[in-house]
Design a protein around this ligand. Sequence first.
Ligand code: HC0
Length: 569
Amino acid sequence: MVSVTVDGQKVEVPKGSTILEAAQKAGIKIPTLCHHEDLKVNAMCRICVVEVVGARTLQTACSQPVTDGMVIITNSPTVRQARKMNLELLLSNHPQDCLNCVRNQRCELQALADQLGVRAQSFPTPKWPEYPKDESTPALVRDPDKCILCRRCVEVCHEVQGVGAIGPANRGMETQILPAGGENLNDVACVLCGQCSLVCPVGAIYEQDHTERVWAALADPEKHVVVQTAPAIRVSIGEEFGLEPARVTTGKLVAALRRLGFDRVFDTDFTADLTIIEEGHELIERLNNGGTLPMITSCSPGWIKYIEHFYPEYLDHLSTCKSPQQMFGALAKTYYAEKAGIDPKNIYVVSIMPCTAKKFECGRPEMSASGYPDVDAVLTTRELGKMLRQAGIDFNQLPEEQFDDPFGITTGAGVIFGASGGVMEAALRTVYEVVTKEPLPSVDFTAVRGIEGIKEAEVDLKGTKVKVAVANGLANARQLMELIKAGKADYQFIEIMCCPGGCIGGGGQPIGTTNAVRKKRIEAIYEADRGLPLRKSHENPAVKTLYEEFLGQPLGEKSHHLLHTHYTK
Ligand code: HC0
C-alpha cells in the first residue's frame, strides 16, 4: 500500500493505483472523458488533469500512478482553468447541434460542459458538416464530425473484440478514427457488434434507427404487429428509466410493449427453448454419427459475421440452427399466421434486442424461409427506451403483465440465453436428460456461468464424456478458434457469444454498460431463471404443442426448412 494526500485527505491505496483511483478512495470524483473503467488508458483528452506538488506540469489523473507521500490537488484555480480550456478546445471542433443529436442528454461531453461551467464558445469553429456520415451498414451509423478522438471505440474493437475494424488515421488537425483504409464500415471486417457505440461518449457511432418504421407499422391498420423481446432486455430496460441494474422487470416490459400498441407481445425465450430442442438433437446426432465437432453455437450474429470474415474454412462447425430471433420470425409468419387466421404478408415482426448486429441478421438473405423476411424491424434496448419516452409511458409505474400465447410460455433455460454460458447450460440441461433418460441431479451448471472470457466443463452422459467450452467477447473466441485450427480443441460443443458477458452486455444495451453492470445483469438473469416453475427447454408445454401441431419432430423437414440454415464461404 502507498499513502497519499488528496486535497488534504490522507488515503492508503494499493501500489500501482492511479491518481484517479486514489481520489475516488478519498471521495473525490475527478472529471474524465476519454477514460473508461474497462478499457486501457490512453490519456487523450486531458480533462482529468490535477496538480501534484513538486511536479512541473499538470498530471493526467487517469494515467499517472501514485507514489508514496504524493500530495495531489484536484481543485485549484489552475486545475479548473486547464480543464475548462481543454474542454473548450474539444468543443471548438465539435458540432453544437445537441438538440438534434442521438445522444442528447446522454452525452458525456454535454454533461461535462455543464459540470465545468462552459457557457460560451471561446474558440472559432469550422463549418459543419465537415465529413459525411457513414450509413453504409444495416446496423451502425458513423458520424465523424462528432468524434472527439478519445480512442475508446478503437480500444474495444481491437483489444476486447480482437477485430480491429477501426483505428486512427492521418495526423494533427486531420486525425480521424476511420475504418481500415478509409473505407466505409460496410466494406471492412466490422462484425457490427456495436461495442463501439456502447463506449462512445458522444454521438459519433450509434445504431441505425428503426423506431420510425415501427411507429409506421403500429399506425397501419392493415398490419398485425407482433413483438418479441430477447432474454437480456428484461434485466436492462429498467436502466433506461433510472432503475438499478439487476432488476428483473419482465412484467413491466410486457405491459410497456402493450401500451405502445403491439397486437401481441411474445417472448424470444420461447424460441430459445425451441433452439435448445433443435440444437440439442443436432449435437446428439453429430456425436452419434461422426458429424463435424466441435459444434459451435450459431445464435449470435456478430459471431457469425466474425467467423465468416476470419475463419470461413470452419463454417461447418456452426450449428445449422437459426438464432431464436429468426426462428421466432419464421414461426410468426407460418404457424402463428395459420393459427390466428392472418395473411402472413400483413404480419409485421418487431424484435427488441440488446444487439446491434441483429439489425444485420434480420436482413440476411438466408432469413426469409416463409417467403417473407422472418423479422421486419429490430429495436435495441436504447431505441425501445426512446420510444417509451416518446409515448409518455411511465415505465416504473406500470403493472406486471403476462406475455401472450402461444409464444409466451418459456422456461428458465430460455432466460439464461441472455448471459454468457447460458446457451450451453440450457443445452446441457436438455441433452443430459434426452441422452440418459434420467432427471438431472442439479440443473445448475455453474462452471459455465460468469463473465470470465473462456470457461470449460465436462459432463458425463452416463459413460459418454462431453467436454464443452464457452467464450464471450471475440478476442476470447479467437483463442478457441486458434485451438481448433491447430487441432488442439478436444471439445465436442462450444458456445460463442460475440459480446462481453453475452447478450446482457450487447452493443444495443443502455449507455453506461460496464463490466460491473454486466455482472449485476447476469445475477438478475439467474434470478429470473430460479423464479420460473420450469427450467428445462424440453419441459416447455408450448414447445411440445408446437411439435405436435406443426413441426412434427426435432430436425424434421419443417424444422429444416424454417428453423435451420447454412452459412457458406
Ligand atoms: Fe441474445 Fe439470443 S440470447 S442472441 O444474446 O440465442 O441479441 O438477449 O435474443 O436470437 O434468445 C441477443 C439476448 C437473443 C437470439 C435468444 C440467442
